[in-house]
Design a binder for this molecule. Structure first.
Ligand code: HEM
Length: 287
């Protein structure tokens, strides 16, 4: 384990309402509820996620963590990043690569799909990595503490609903270097609280945390829309396939109808012929 209990105990200070960790939790409370209420997260909570939903989510998470962790690495020695820099314990990019390879194969890089909202999220991460590294703590908090909290419960969902075995396709959810997520979260909070920020920077971090949740909500919503569109298309395709059969019935019905019309007109023509022959016969007889 990278971070042990003793370290947590020695670093644990009395957390107060003014501490960044408490303030950030308070200001993002509503956003957390909103994120939980997205259709995608609801599907997770109901325990019925589809393979398509899960694979799309992994694609987006990969791009998000790739950007976040590259920016954390680049700013590792920055005063506002160093205290919360835990690549060994928290790093998710490698786990996501493993999961994507499991689902998409060796050439997963060419196959993954990244929606616009995910790209906007990554652009923001790159931007603050260059212009405001002190805001990275807001994004790291939002993703990592989320994954260490609800994420642990959520991991059981794809496992059960998609029948994933032996942890295959589930590496993202596991933190082998963290034996106690709760203790680690305590350490993380105390490290957050040790970051020295001016009042303006602190306000900026709190605003950025709300923005970080918002980015997540937008990603989940777009992914869910994509899944719904794809499901609708599938339904339409099935409908089309069904309708292609229906004209067959109509064709056969109309051919039956036309064949019966043909036989009627043949009968009429025959009757007319008989009448004509009779009329001619009678005419000959009269004259
Ligand atoms: C199905 C969806 C979710 C469930 C069930 C869930 C559940 C939870 C739970 C039970 C906690 C622990 C609270 C505590 O220790 O006091 C938590 C914390 C947290 N969650 Fe979520 N969560 C979900 C989605 C999300 C999402 C989408 C994000 C952000 C992208 C997120 C970010 C966080 C953060 C940052 C924390 C740490 C709060 C703190 O202690 O400061 N959660 N979540």
């Amino acid at each position: 384990m990278g971070v042990d209990k003793q370290k947590v105990e020695t670093e644990k200070s009395q957390i107060t309402d003014c501490d960044l960790s408490e303030k950030i939790k308070t200001v993002t409370k509503e956003s957390h509820v909103r994120a939980n209420s997205t259709e995608l997260m609801q599907a997770f909570q109901r325990g019925n996620i589809t393979l398509m939903q899960y694979k799309l989510l992994l694609c987006s998470l990969y791009k998000i963590y790739e950007a976040l962790e590259e920016e954390l690495d680049r700013n590792a020695s920055h005063d506002s990043v160093a205290p919360i820099y835990f690549p060994q314990e928290l790093g998710r990019t490698e786990t996501l690569k493993k999961d994507l390879e499991h689902f998409y194969g060796q050439d997963w890089q060419e196959k993954i799909f990244v929606p616009a909202s995910t790209l906007r999220y990554t652009q923001r991460l790159r931007e603050i990595g260059s212009k405001h590294p002190e805001y990275l703590v807001a994004h790291a908090y939002t993703r990592y503490l989320g994954d260490l909290s609800g994420g642990q419960v959520l991991s059981r969902v794809p496992q059960r609903s998609l029948g994933l075995k032996n942890g295959e396709g589930l590496a993202f959810f596991f933190f082998p270097a963290i034996s106690s997520p709760n203790l680690f979260k305590q350490l993380y909070r105390s490290r957050m609280n040790s970051i020295e920020l001016t009042e303006t920077q602190r306000e900026g971090v709190l605003e950025e945390a709300i923005r970080a949740f918002e980015f997540n909500v937008q990603v989940f919503d777009e992914l869910q829309n994509l899944v719904s569109i794809s499901e609708k298309n599938e339904l339409r395709q099935r409908h089309k396939a069904h309708n292609l059969k229906t004209p067959d019935v109509r064709v056969s019905q109309s051919s039956e109808l036309s064949s019966s019309l043909t036989s009627t007109s043949q009968l009429l023509r025959m009757l007319l012929g008989v009448c004509l022959a009779l009329a001619v016969g009678i005419g000959i007889y009269v004259f």
